[in-house]
Design a protein around this ligand. Structure first.
Ligand code: GDD
Length: 335
């Protein structure tokens, strides 16, 4: 475990970073945290961390200001969301390249020792994800390059930028390809939410209202989803490993969206909802799944939390948030 280090977390107000900071603080690290969102929109609050900056890290001067006397950097920042957001905001998504690039330059200037980049399964070649059930994507399947348009290209390019900063300037880099991370303290409404949170919210609404659920696509598309606690453990193990190429951080419990809805219906205790399939909504790739052989081998790590257990925790959390918010949008809408 990383202990007593000075760590900068960029994108600290977001979902994964919030959980990461909590763990890093537990281990006695000193956190500097930045996010473009004002503090009231940060997904979690950390009473014990003192250095918070609401600042735009696309600007290199801001990167320089926060990298003084820092041992390690976790770049968890990007303008992103589920398919509903990334398919309709490609230019916004691609501008996150400025965060990673300027941050790396500042880290090089300030002599930061190690740098973590949060990449994504969207970096994988789309042509290898055209069937409903695909074999797990291995790290090499990102090439030949043909990633998700916009967001995926930014991730793939930034992975390479990290690699070249390591080769040319000696900064140690660690790169995770996250496969649809979900759990409490994530976005569940407003347009950026990913399928697990969106479908928990929709089942809750259907239960209160008309027993109908709107599903994007035909529901047969598949994914593997990873619960946030497993994600944090995998992330920290990767950070402490000596492996500098991208590594999948995912589960191998591949389910269709229809199967996931059934799991959520069981959690909520209602009978089968009427499905309204919306074929014109953003669907992304047809099938995606994570091959985790590399993570098992080099990190001695595999996911522990089964989808039905992770969804139960997520559903319960969203349910209590929705009760608090009433019909207002939550603060978790800002990503
Ligand atoms: N978001 C959402 N909301 N998706 C839905 C819904 C809904 O109400 N109903 C069905 N889906 C379907 C989508 O059409 C898509 O086929 C599938 O559920 C998964 O959608 P998302 O969870 O939004 O995105 P993704 O898995 O395609 O990609 C996400 O994960 C990547 C990492 O694996 C995105 O968040 C990417 O940004 C991320 O990199």
């Amino acid at each position: 475990m990383i202990k007593n280090k000075k760590i900068l977390v960029v994108g600290a107000g977001g979902f994964i970073a919030g959980h990461l900071i909590k763990e890093l603080i537990k281990n006695g690290n000193f956190i500097t945290a930045t996010d473009i969102k004002p503090k009231e929109y940060w997904f979690q609050d950390f009473d014990t961390a003192k250095n918070f900056y609401s600042t735009d890290m696309k600007d290199i001067d801001n990167c320089r200001k926060v990298t003084d006397n820092i041992d390690y950097v976790f770049n968890m920042a990007c303008n992103m969301g589920g398919m509903g957001f990334i398919e309709n905001n490609k230019a916004e998504c691609m501008q996150s390249v400025l965060i990673n690039t300027n941050l790396l330059i500042a880290c090089k200037e300030k002599g930061v020792k190690k740098y973590f980049f949060s990449s994504s399964a969207c970096a994988y070649n789309k042509k290898k994800q055209e069937d409903v059930f695909i074999k797990g994507l291995k790290e090499d399947d990102a090439y030949p390059a043909d990633p998700e348009d916009g967001y995926g290209w930014e991730k793939l390019f930034s992975e390479r930028m990290c690699r070249h900063f390591m080769e040319d300037y000696g900064i140690q880099v660690r790169i995770a390809r996250y496969h649809n991370i979900y759990g409490p303290y994530g976005t569940y409404d407003g347009g950026r939410e990913k399928a697990p949170a969106a479908l928990c919210r929709k089942v809750l609404n259907a239960k209160k209202n008309n027993n109908k659920i709107e599903v994007w696509g035909d529901g047969m598309q598949t994914r593997t989803f990873l619960y946030i606690d497993d994600c944090i453990e995998g992330t920290l193990r990767l950070f402490e490993s000596d492996y500098s190429d991208p590594v999948n951080i995912g589960s191998d419990e591949q389910v269709s969206i229809n199967q996931m809805i059934e799991i959520i219906e069981n959690i909520s205790g209602i009978k089968k909802l009427e499905r309204i399939y919306q074929l014109d909504k953003p669907k992304g790739v047809r099938g995606r799944s994570s091959n985790n052989d590399l993570a098992k081998k080099i990190l001695k790590w595999s996911y522990k939390i089964k989808l039905k257990n992770g969804l139960k925790k997520t559903y319960d959390w969203i349910s209590s948030e929705v009760n608090k918010q009433g019909s207002n949008l939550s603060r978790f809408t800002k990503s």
